[in-house]
Write a protein that binds this ligand. Structure first.
Ligand SMILES: Cc1cc2nc3c(=O)[nH]c(=O)nc-3n(C[C@H](O)[C@H](O)[C@H](O)COP(=O)(O)OP(=O)(O)OC[C@H]3O[C@@H](n4cnc5c(N)ncnc54)[C@H](O)[C@@H]3O)c2cc1C
Length: 320
């Protein structure tokens, strides 16, 4: 597997600034994974054309600590600035790579995009912002059943009959997680799994053999209806089944869901980090909006500077 000194997740202002700060300090290789097709995906998508990008945002004046900084300018000028950073500091950004798992290894951590492990690094900086969303089905969820429909399984219910929908690694992991306490059915549109990694597939097959997960292959949901027992699922072939809860695993996740799934601890609804933004996982840092109570671009740049300084101070022997 490819090895890097620092693996960065997200190429928004924070992730790019981590790359810039690391380059200035001579740390190499640093690899940045970005789920979008281009850098600063949040800004490209959510800012309207011509929008003024305020250097003092929400009345917060933040003095620059590191290399990256800007004065109030238009969206287009700001994006040009970020593109210039990427070129000038020769940042290695891998686009269309959504990181969906992180696992401890002897050499640090390995990161997964889709069902492929893409990199191993002793240090990881998570700069995924706060705007991520899980993918939703294309039929409406009736309002009467919304409290029974979930897009990630951060906790296990004590019991019940549940349906997991999806055919990727998250669906397999969710089914295996929930079947410890629940009667689990897994609905997938195709006749065979082809996106699940071998470890997850083996785990899932074991649970299926033990009768703890029941597979509903080749099933496509038409719509949901409220039912006195929970949610009635009406499949396209006319079959109907009732579940207490439904978990959609169709791709994407909330940033908090991602952090919880990799083992980052939370306190009072916020990730637990020290003053240098390091999480409870040694060598795994947060940067940008995800690390801050009130985020802004300048604040994101500064978190990147603090994180890289801290990496040099605490983990210098791993990156030199
Ligand atoms: C409409 C709007 C207007 C704003 N105006 C201003 C302003 O004028 N001035 C200001 O200072 N701030 C403004 N902000 C806030 C500012 O945009 C954020 O503070 C800033 O973008 C945070 O940077 P970030 O890098 O932490 O996160 P983001 O910019 O959200 O970047 C995160 C990146 O990570 C990628 N990503 C997410 N998950 C994954 C994954 N699992 N794998 C790989 N990549 C992933 C995303 O695609 C994205 O490119 C505004 C925000 C909004 C929504």
């Amino acid at each position: 597997m490819e090895k890097a000194k620092i693996a960065v997740i997200g190429a928004g202002p924070a992730g790019i600034a981590v790359g810039v700060e690391a380059r200035v300090k001579g740390i190499s290789p640093v690899v940045i994974f970005e789920k979008g097709e281009t850098f600063c995906d949040t800004i490209q998508r959510l800012y309207r054309p011509g929008k003024r990008v305020d250097a003092v945002f929400r009345k917060m004046k933040v003095e620059p600590l590191g290399v990256c900084s800007f004065e109030t300018e238009s969206k287009e000028e700001f994006l040009q600035r970020m593109e210039k950073y990427i070129k000038e500091y020769q940042l290695d950004i891998r686009y269309k790579k959504e990181i969906n798992a992180l696992e401890k290894t002897d050499g640090g951590y390995r990161l997964r995009a889709g069902s492929e492990w893409v990199v191993e690094a002793p240090l990881v900086v998570i700069a995924i912002g706060i705007f991520g969303k899980p993918r939703k089905p294309d039929y409406p969820i009736p309002k009467e059943v919304r409290d029974r429909v979930f897009f990630e399984a951060t906790e296990r219910p004590e019991e019940g009959r549940v349906l997991v929908v999806g055919g990727g690694d998250t669906a397999a992991e969710t089914a295996c997680f929930l079947c410890e306490t629940c009667e689990v059915y897994l609905s997938y549109r195709r006749p065979k799994f082809f996106r699940i990694n071998p470890v997850n597939l083996e785990n899932l097959e074991k649970k299926v053999q033990e009768g703890r997960v029941k597979l509903l292959m080749n099933t496509d949901i038409d719509h949901l209806e409220p039912d006195p027992e929970g949610v009635k699922v009406v499949f396209k072939d006319g079959r109907e089944m009732v579940f207490e809860r439904i978990y959609y695993c169709l791709g994407g996740s909330t940033p908090a869901g991602f952090l919880r799934s990799i083992g980052v601890e939370f306190a009072d609804g916020r990730p637990k980090i020290d003053r240098y933004y390091e999480t409870n996982l040694p060598g795994v840092f947060l940067a940008g909006d995800i690390a801050l109570e009130k985020g802004s671009i300048m604040a994101a740049f500064n978190t990147a500077h603090i994180v890289v300084e801290r990496i040099l101070e605490k983990y210098g022997e791993l990156v030199r």
